[in-house]
Write a protein that binds this ligand. Structure first.
Ligand SMILES: *Cc1c(COP(=O)(O)O)cnc(C)c1O
Length: 376
């Protein structure tokens, strides 16, 4: 069976994890956590970067730092993972969903302004498949209306928009290092931001509401409970695993791109025949091959296609059930405008196996099997 996903393994992970064990510092903010955040600050050109226990938690931190109050509204696409919304719902926000661009599955920035009300506090964008949203336009809208912009860049690590790393363009960027993402630590994430104004509150929030970070910097001589907080620090053991992957970031990226390009070239004929639609990447976006998907004619074709691949020992998956049509989405949010693309496109999309350790042979087998499907 060819799996849909498998956590990348580059060889250095076990060495660094043993080092972390030898260091005798398994809790958060140990040497490997520092190495990871320094690496990201340097490579992604961002002032502040904090490793977290997940992207969900990074989003929760962002929601808190945006000062979301009960009843505030937050605009985002409905076509996303639940955490994008949940993090804001936890702070009492009302979610206002808007439609997506069918070409990229990203939020349609032209629909944002009409969804803004007096209660709107933030815009949350999701860089689907590591392809950037239209950030220039979105930042311009946010500026005009004095709104915060949070980038759910869970899928956008090591991807760029007009030369800027995804996750470093808005007020806050949130990364995921879950095992299904390009770089992993099992479960984990990061919160990124540039404005030093957020630093103290972010550190306090992440350190159980204490000013422990200031204490470690030698700015105060004891630490105490100063504000609301939680515990968002991952173990240094997990950070050790991640650091091995960050050191090989380019290699992992190249391998994923090679798989992506192989699929993309070989499915061009299907697109020309009108059987599928392939992913689209605007020329000013440098994506990271987070996923390879195809869009089929409709839900029925997709179901038959996934069954066919399964019969041939290939796992292919679909996602997301649009949030506005879920039970919680109805309770905590509303769809602004018309759902022209979200539901329709979400029913057509299918993701093919895509991970670092997928072999050339397996990629070829998946490709040939797809090309032999008779039900398009
Ligand atoms: C994976 C993912 C998340 C959640 O990441 P975790 O690290 O598992 O919390 C959030 N948003 C998007 C768009 C994702 O793909």
């Amino acid at each position: 069976m060819i799996r849909f996903n498998s956590a990348p393994l580059t060889g250095g992970e076990a060495v660094y994890m043993q080092q972390a064990m030898a260091n005798g510092k398994l809790c958060g903010d140990g040497p490997f956590t520092k190495k990871c955040s320094e690496w990201m600050k340097e490579h992604f050109q961002v002032n502040h970067c904090y490793l977290t226990t997940s992207c969900t938690h990074a989003l929760e931190m962002a929601a808190y730092l945006c000062d979301i109050q009960p009843g505030d509204e937050v605009i985002m696409p409905s076509y996303t993972f639940v955490s994008t919304a949940d993090a804001f719902v936890l702070r009492g926000a009302k979610i206002v969903f808007v439609d997506i661009h069918p070409e990229t599955m990203n939020i349609d920035e032209r629909l944002i302004e009409d969804a803004i009300t007096e209660k709107t506090k933030a815009i949350v964008v999701v860089h689907y498949a590591g392809v950037s949203c239209e950030m220039d336009e979105i930042m311009e809208i946010a500026k005009r209306h004095n709104l915060r912009v949070v980038e759910d860049a869970a899928q956008g690590v090591y991807a760029w928009y007009k030369g800027k790393a995804l996750g470093t363009i808005g007020d806050f960027g949130c990364y995921s290092f879950h095992e299904t993402k390009n770089y992993t630590m099992g479960e984990g994430g990061a919160l990124l931001f540039n404005d030093i104004e957020y630093r103290d509150r972010a550190e306090i929030l992440r350190e159980k509401g204490t000013d422990r970070s200031r204490f470690f910097r030698g700015q105060i001589d004891k630490y105490t409970w100063v504000d609301y907080g939680s515990s968002y620090l991952p173990s240094d053991l997990n950070a050790a695993y991640l650091y091995a992957q960050l050191e090989k970031a380019e290699e992992i990226n190249e391998r994923r791109m090679a798989i992506y390009n192989y699929y993309h070239e070989h499915f061009e004929c299907l697109e020309q025949a009108g059987a599928v639609i392939r992913p689209f990447v605007p020329e000013y976006c440098k994506h990271n091959a987070h996923m390879y998907y195809l869009k089929l004619k409709d839900l029925e074709t997709r179901t038959a296609f996934i069954d066919y691949l399964k019969e041939h020992d290939i796992m292919a998956v679909f996602h997301y059930i649009p949030l506005h049509s879920s039970a919680a989405g109805k309770r905590f949010g509303r769809f602004h405008g018309e759902d022209v693309h979200t539901t329709k496109e979400s029913e057509r999309i299918v993701r093919l196996p895509m991970f670092y350790n997928l072999t050339d042979e397996q990629v070829k087998y998946v490709t040939d099997t797809v090309l032999n499907f008779k039900g398009f």
